[in-house]
Design a binder for this molecule. Structure first.
Ligand SMILES: [Zn+2]
Length: 154
């Protein structure tokens, strides 16, 4: 899988390039496959671990496209979202916040949304995090994978 920018921005371009390299690296494979069971996950035989999310990554034939959106409400705290009904391969990033945030922090958001995309694409496993509050979700696949990978490899 590759991650491509779908809006014009040098910063977004850099992040997408760097993230694409990371998720296709052996380091990423090794780190992800070593992760244990995630909270809020399930499949036919229980919970989903890092090795299984890795299989979903490999199976996914989609390239992700990252596009800006501008929320109507200027104080929206949402950094980004994935909603398959708005486009299966699209990740939406809040442009009002994007330019105020560090590159690493934005990269973490995009990787988080990529995990949602991979989760949606694979109908045999579920590894989301339920509602949108981040409280108590640090062991879910989207929060944990993006945090660890950005911290270690970005
Ligand atoms: Zn999420």
């Amino acid at each position: 899988m590759q991650i491509y920018p779908a809006s014009k921005s040098k910063k977004l371009n850099n992040i997408c390039k760097k993230l694409s390299l990371i998720i296709n690296s052996e380091k990423f494979e090794k780190e992800l496959r070593s992760m244990g069971d995630f909270d809020f996950s399930s499949d036919s035989d229980g919970r989903v671990n890092g090795a299984e999310v890795w299989l979903s990554f490999v199976k996914c034939r989609w390239d992700a496209r990252v596009r800006f959106y501008k929320p109507w409400w200027p104080w929206s705290k949402v950094n980004g979202y994935y909603n398959p009904s708005k486009g299966l391969k699209y990740i939406f990033i809040n442009s009002r916040r994007f330019y105020k945030r560090s590159e690493r922090s934005c990269a973490e958001t995009i990787l988080h949304e990529v995990i949602h995309l991979i989760d949606y694409a694979d109908k045999t496993r579920f590894f989301g995090h339920g509602d949108n509050s981040p409280i108590g979700k640090s062991e879910s696949a989207p929060w944990k994978i993006s945090e660890i990978i950005i911290k270690n490899f970005y």
